[in-house]
Design a protein around this ligand. Sequence first.
Ligand code: C2E
Ligand code: MG
Ligand code: MG
Length: 707
Amino acid sequence: MHSSFAPTRRSSLNTSVPVDRARVLDTLVNNLQGMAYRCLDDASWTMLFVSQGCLELTGHGPEELVEGCVSWEELTFPEDRLRVRREITAATAAGRRFAVQYRILTSAGQVKWVVERGIAVADENGRTVIEGFIEDVSVRHLTLEALEHAELRYRHIFEHASEGIFQTTRDGRYLAANPALAKLYGYATPEELIADLADIERRLYVRESRRDEFRRLMEAHGEVINFESEVYCRDGSKIWISENAHIVRGAHGELICYEGTVQDVTERKSYQEQLERQANHDLLTGLPNRNLLGDRLDQSISRAERLGYFLALVFIDLDNFKFINDSLGHAAGDQLLVEIARRLRGCLRTSDTVARQGGDEFVLVLNDHYQVNSIISLLERVLVEIGRPVSLSGREFQVGASLGVALYPQDGGDASSLLKHADVAMYAAKDRGRNNFQFFTRELNHLADERLNLESAMRSGIEQDEFAVHFQPKVDHRRRIVGVEALARWNSPEFGQVAPDRFIPIAEETGLIVPLTEMILKKAFAAAVGWAPTHGHAIQVAVNLSPKLFLGEEIVSRIAALLREAGLAPERVELEITESVFLGDSERAVRILSEFKDLGVGLAMDDFGTGYSSLSYLRRFPLDIIKIDRSLVTGVEHEEELAMIARAVISLGQSLRKTVVAEGVENQAQFDFLRYQGCDEFQGYLIARPMPADEFRQLLARSGGQL
Ligand code: C2E
Ligand code: MG
Ligand code: MG
């Protein structure tokens, strides 16, 4: 077979060896896989030339085609003929190349996919012929088809899966999401989800750190399995999901994306939670049961051990529960237990535990108490709460309770001995006639008794006006009286003279501090109104304010009202506070102090040097006066360390432009030392002891204000 391609021409590829270009082409064409051809643009595609490849492609020898035994039109698969002709005709009409894919039938009846590429050209005689190349693409076609099918199948799975499927970037943007995922998160379509949820880290996870954790696991293991998180849906509701995902890497190991599935596990989660609750909580009251109590108690013990606080374990047994249960029936009994549980919970802080031990027994675990007194006042409140009437079946009933208390560490070092001893103490309470509490340690019961008595004596004492105010003068460096400190005094018919250090803490815990302070303020203001100025200066009156008063809202307006009623100028009053004011809600404390400033009263930091003595609040808060604590003054004249501290406090006060007052000055040496260091004012037995108002008035008159 000879080609009728380009005319033979000498080539100069190589100057020494002439190349027969026709032969090269011939070899090339005939060794190609596929068939080169030249044909007429007629109804049967009459072949003028076909290359050797024809045989392999069609099963017919080249001559069969060129001689017209079989036409290419016949070989073309019948259903494809029209399309092939249309495409080729369109291309040749436009004078461009064509490429068309179709099927042919071989001599053996086999169907092959071919691609034909060609172009219409004019031959040597000016006739339009088509030259081109046809190759077998059956294998590629099958592969593509298979791929297409596979893609279709996967797409089907992706689109119709019941699990959410996603691809995201590492920094948390969606590349792809399926309809199930969209639906899970409350979107109508995946496109909507991808457009809206642009920041997975902040928008999806309820706990922001969750995405970090996800990324960390991905980077460490290349995957996450059953990664459970709580997430927000589009409408703000929350669901629990479980994710399985892995990293998709490129050919060079570079991270392309994260890919994975998401399942809604909200129902399982809530079921699990419910099971856990049931295992650890009492069904009737919802309180922790014996199981959980054991855990909590162990935790509390290690906490108390670490922090050095008291831990109180309290056994509570209702006194006449059996009577109510028997006479009103179980439904009423249940109702009573639920109500008592609610009240107990209301008495405690969130860090404490109230558990139901079974029947009518409850257990309290009280954490972080640093003194027995605060436990006592809490238990008093518990008894009051339990004792309030309960309405059952339309009638009011009153129940009491017997409480037994064991303290860690003194009454037991572990949960079981504490429980045992609290139980023993509870029986002691029952023996004592019910509706009371007993400590396992006997001495504490005396303390509790005394406190209880002191408290009720105080209540009536306030009503009976047993409290008085004494005044202790403050002088300047020339011993001229500049002011007084008002100090509460209690002369109880039952207990005699009770020191403020004993009754103030009880007043603070029981809330009696509010009426007590009110009374002291009234008496102090009333007395101060009558004092004439000395040396041209009005005499200041200082009143101590308990930090507890800063918890209420009304302290500032109360004091303003009392000043008005007494007709005393606010500038004549100083309020002494202690550092513990700032321990709680310090923002709030600062706000209240500023309101006091606006009112016009002076503010003094009492007992400076005993607490935290943080310098920062001295600078930040509107304080006018620093009172150096007595413990720093006692011994200041001969102990170098105390002298140093006193010196530092005084110079600090001076540099912050505060008035520095020394309290508890008992001798001349102390006075001289402090005066020499620059202390502004002095208070103490050296100058005068606290005295009743009358006495102070006489002292003023007698001394002319100079002590
Ligand atoms: P404080 O505010 O630091 O009061 C000074 C205390 O030191 C007073 O004790 C006073 O009598 C005593 N004192 C004064 N000079 C000397 C001295 O030279 N030597 C000695 N050894 N003691 C001296 P008092 O009256 O027993 O009060 C004790 C604390 O009770 C007060 O300390 C104050 O924190 C509190 N307190 C007293 N009255 C009230 C009050 O009306 N309300 C409040 N919230 N607390 C008060
Ligand atoms: Mg004071
Ligand atoms: Mg003081």
